[in-house]
Structure formats: C-alpha cells, structure tokens
Design a protein around this ligand. Structure first.
Ligand code: SF4
Length: 348
C-alpha cells in the first residue's frame, strides 16, 4: 500500500483523537507516497481544536499527507474573510460548495455528490477580491514557472498537435482551468481549441474559444458540434470524465493524470474509513483510465506535475497519454524550440 484516502468520522474530540490514532500506523509507513485524510466535521463544526488536531496530524508528514478544513470552520486558512459567506451545515446551498471551492463538511463519499450535472456554478467573481485567481499574463508563457497542473514540453505539444491535426484539428480541453495548455496548442500547433471550465475568472487566451460552465452541462448543450479530440488534464477524483468521453466519442483522447493515485482510482490505491471503533479498508480493482474501448493508448510519457492537493509539493510524477481510434504518426520533421521552463526545477 503506497497511498490511501482515509475518511474519518468523529462526534467528539476524543473520538477524533482515537480515529487519528487508528490511522497513525498507516500514515507512518515509510513506503507511503500519498495519504488523503478526509474528516467529517459535521459534529465538530465550530470546534477549533478539531481543525488543529487534523492539521497537526497532516503536518507529521507534510510531504505525503494532505487534508482540508472546511472554509466555515474556525482555523480554516481563510475563515476570517470567507467564513461569513458560508451556510453551514447546509452545504448544498453554500456558495463555496456550489462553486466547487469547498468539498463540504467531509461526509460525502463522492465529492460534490449533492450537485446535479446541470447545477450551474455561482458567479465566483462576486466574492472578495482576495479570492480572485490570477489570470494569464504574458509571463505565464515566457517564464520558468508555467501555471499548469502538468508541465508541457514543446515535444508533448507537437505530438498532441500531430495527433489532433490528423483527426481534423478541433480539440476541446475539458476542465481547462486558466487555459494555459489550450493556449499553447492553439498558438504553437494551430489547433482549433475550445477551453471548457466552470471558472469564469480567467479570460479566454488568444486564439482559444472559452465556454464557461459545468463540463457535462456544456457538453450536453453542444451536441451538434463534436470535436475530433478531447483533452483532460487532472480529472476530478474517481470519475475521470469517462461518461463525457463516451458521449463525445472523440477520435483522439489526450489524458494527463497523477501517477500516484489522487485524481483517479488505480491499482494499489486503497481507501480506508476510520472511526473510534476501528478501520475498514477498501481497495479498488480497476484503473479508472483502463479499458477505454476503441481508444487504445498510442503514446505515453512521464511528465512533471504540480500537485496542489499536497501543499507546497511540486515536481511530482504524472502520465501523459495519447489515445486514438486510428494508428498515429507522431514524428515531427522540423526542429522544436524548447519552452523557457524546460529544465526548470520549480514548476508551479
Ligand atoms: S460547503 Fe459546507 S463546509 Fe464548506 S464552507 Fe460551505 S457550509 Fe461550510
């Protein structure tokens, strides 16, 4: 076992201490590479010591353990400025939950399971200025710290470009975030790229069309115009947008994902539920990214990642795949100028 997702339930500080004590041996395993500690704060809401305990537990091994404290809980990093906008314990009505900025009190097995596929996110720009995410700037394309979950190199972009051009040249980037990857593909490969993301904080990069909204809602509203290719970087935990891929049936699928288990279930990734009574373990037999019928993997690279689930950690390990219906020729017959960040030791 090299990674786990632990879900803790406790109705008192004593029970929380006991649950954390049950989890401690697993968290101390030398071979552990990732541990996600999800605490159900429902019965502990408003008890600052609960947040302290959980954070102190994760701080034992800050390189591998990750957790979160709800925005409305005293002790959350932005509680003083953002807590007043929350509506605990009614998470499904909360602006942070509906905007997928807070996963709730920690009771859900499926992140954001209280939202339907067509729930529109709220206007996040209405929140205080300090909540704003920064938009793309020229520096993002020329500096040594690209703002991207995985660090694309020029050769990766060229290979994706060759694959997508062969299929027709149109690509939808699902969950595109700030549009950085989409912008590179449009600028350097001339692809017709649409960036789809629920965040409306970012402007559309030059040469890229942007659709703001929940990916599934946007895709179902645009049935008529299907892209030749789909790109997914860092699918949300567990589902990987597989249903969207099956609906769109692209000729080419570009996937980038965490190689260590956080953004989708994979072999060897165990889940554990812990409470004062003990621990129950679950392991998933299937790799969420395996078995995409009709889209065999044609090319695969190890890529450098930035994993914001583990605060401060970057330079992690990811995988970039190109899958396609037809065999691909990814040979690039012209020289490629490396991007400025290639060779940088500090991706963001
Ligand atoms: S989603 Fe729930 S836990 Fe998160 S801030 Fe809102 S009310 Fe609090």
């Amino acid at each position: 076992m090299t990674s786990f997702w632990a879900r803790l339930r406790a109705d008192s500080l004593g029970a929380l201490d006991a649950a954390l004590a049950h989890l401690a041996p697993a968290a101390a395993l030398p071979a552990l590479r990732r541990g996600l500690v999800q605490v159900d704060f429902t019965a502990l809401l408003g008890v600052p010591e609960a947040a302290d305990r959980v954070r102190a537990f994760a701080a034992r091994r800050p390189d591998v353990l990750s957790t979160w404290v709800p925005q409305c809980h005293p002790g959350a990093p932005q509680y003083d400025t953002l807590g007043r906008f929350a509506t605990p314990p009614d998470c499904t009505a909360c602006v942070f939950y509906r905007g997928r900025a807070c996963q709730g009190l920690g009771a859900e097995r499926v992140p954001f399971g209280g939202l339907t596929a067509t729930d529109a996110p709220p206007a996040l720009q209405a929140l205080p200025p300090e909540r704003d995410l920064h938009a793309l700037t020229a520096e993002d394309f020329t500096g040594s710290r690209p703002v991207c979950y995985w660090r694309p190199e020029r050769a990766h972009i060229a290979a994706i470009g060759a694959a997508v051009r062969a299929a027709g040249g149109t690509l939808w980037d699902l969950g595109a975030g700030n549009g950085f990857l989409a912008a590179l593909l449009a600028r350097d490969e001339g692809l017709s790229v649409t960036a789809i993301d629920q965040l409306d904080t970012y402007p559309a990069p030059a040469g890229v069309a942007r659709r703001v909204g929940d990916v599934r809602a946007v895709v179902s509203a645009t049935d008529a115009a299907r892209p030749a290719a789909v790109c997914i970087s860092w699918p949300p935990g567990g589902d990987g947008f597989r249903d969207v891929v099956q609906r769109l049936r692209p000729a080419v699928l570009v996937l980038a994902y965490d190689a260590e288990g956080f953004c989708g279930r994979r072999r060897g990734h165990a889940e554990v539920e812990v409470d004062a009574g003990g621990a129950r373990w679950f392991t998933h037999a299937a790799d969420d990214f395996a078995g995409l019928r009709g889209l065999p993997r044609r090319a695969c690279w190890s890529v450098t990642t930035h994993q914001d689930v583990v605060r401060g950690r970057s330079g992690g390990s990811g995988v970039l795949e190109i899958r396609s219906r037809a065999p691909l020729s990814l040979v690039v017959d012209h020289p490629l100028d490396p991007y400025p960040w290639e060779g940088s030791k500090t991706p963001r």
